[in-house]
Design a binder for this molecule. Structure first.
Ligand code: PSU
Ligand code: MN
Length: 305
């Protein structure tokens, strides 16, 4: 068997791949481990509609029944959103969960892997993983970053949350040769807010410009991903003081409870949501829709060149 035998691609996406139509990959960890049920069901459908609204086809990824699923139907989305006995799959888990037929949600790293295997080059998410605060001691660095170093997929996110050390995350990406672009901004966005105080490598003005950079990078055989930081729409951005306080408290609680490994990120996300009384969740939804929209525009522009 080769890797293609493990892919289960919906007929619509299979057809789109053949015809070179624009497709946008979407992850499922954001559904299973990043958002509450049943609000995540509405989100899962709506984010796909946003992609379609721009003329691209959505491909939500998951691991199910021993297959790498490219595109999920309504029943499968429901399973991912209910998240009962749904694991979180990063790169090292993929073979284990496939062989064990464990249902698992895909992170940024594994969504990129599956997208690449299927031939999908553009992927929209909320926030990326990165270097955790205190990583100098814990060595907690998301496998997402290694994936950017090797896998040819462009990821549109609202940057990363300051549960991470944003400065070290950007240093790591520089070391591994990953272009970090700012979508109509000079700053790398900090998820809930438009600014982080850290600059990007290059500002880009529109989807066409991103598509040209992708083409050039991959024409040159420069392996690896491209990160597009797309700031949260201004009207949804949150007060720094409110969100920073919640993040600090969540980090403290994680330490007290001895939360480690792959539990860290989901624990921090859920705790921040509780502490901000759901305000952060409303922002989270809006930034993810905005990323899906820009990603679809990039996929359309990339398909045209
Ligand atoms: N950051 C968020 N929301 C998320 C995630 C990160 O603001 O949902 C998810 C993504 O799926 C990301 C993963 O790939 O968490 C990173 O997990 P870890 O830090 O364990 O690598
Ligand atoms: Mn980690």
């Amino acid at each position: 068997m080769n890797y293609q035998d493990y892919l289960s691609i919906t007929p619509e996406i299979e057809q789109a791949l053949k015809e070179g139509k624009p497709i946008v990959a979407l992850e499922s960890t954001i559904l299973s481990h990043g958002m509450p049920y049943p609000e995540n069901v509405e989100f899962a459908h709506k984010v796909e509609e946003v992609v379609r609204g721009q003329g691209a086809i959505p491909a939500t990824m998951a691991i199910m029944d021993g297959k790498l699923k490219v595109g999920l139907n309504a029943d499968e989305l429901e399973i991912m959103c209910r998240a009962e006995n749904v694991a979180k799959a990063s790169r090292r888990d993929v073979a284990v969960y496939l062989a064990k037929k464990q249902t698992a949600a895909t992170t940024v790293a594994t969504t990129m892997m599956i997208a690449d295997m299927a031939g999908i080059r553009v992927f929209a998410t909320g926030g990326i993983g990165g270097v955790h605060r205190g990583a100098q001691e814990t060595m907690d660095i998301s496998a997402d970053l290694q994936e950017f170093a090797h896998t040819n997929v462009c990821v549109i996110s609202a940057g990363c949350k300051s549960i991470l050390d944003i400065g070290l995350t950007l240093e790591y990406l520089e070391t591994f040769g990953v272009p970090v672009l700012g979508y109509q901004t000079e700053e790398f966005p900090a998820f809930y807010s438009e600014s982080s105080g850290f600059g990007v490598d290059a500002r880009v003005e529109d989807a066409k410009e991103v598509a040209q950079i992708l083409k050039t990078k991959w024409d040159l055989g420069l392996q690896g991903g491209v990160i597009v930081g797309n700031p949260i729409p201004h009207e949804y951005s949150m007060d720094h003081a409110v969100i920073d306080k919640a993040i600090d408290k969540a980090l403290e609680m994680a330490k007290e409870k001895g939360i480690r490994g792959k539990q860290t990120t989901p624990f921090l996300l859920a705790t921040i949501k509780d502490l901000t009384g759901g305000d952060s969740f409303a922002s989270n939804l809006q930034l993810a829709y905005n990323n899906a929209k820009v990603a679809a525009q990039i996929a359309v522009a990339y398909a045209e060149i």
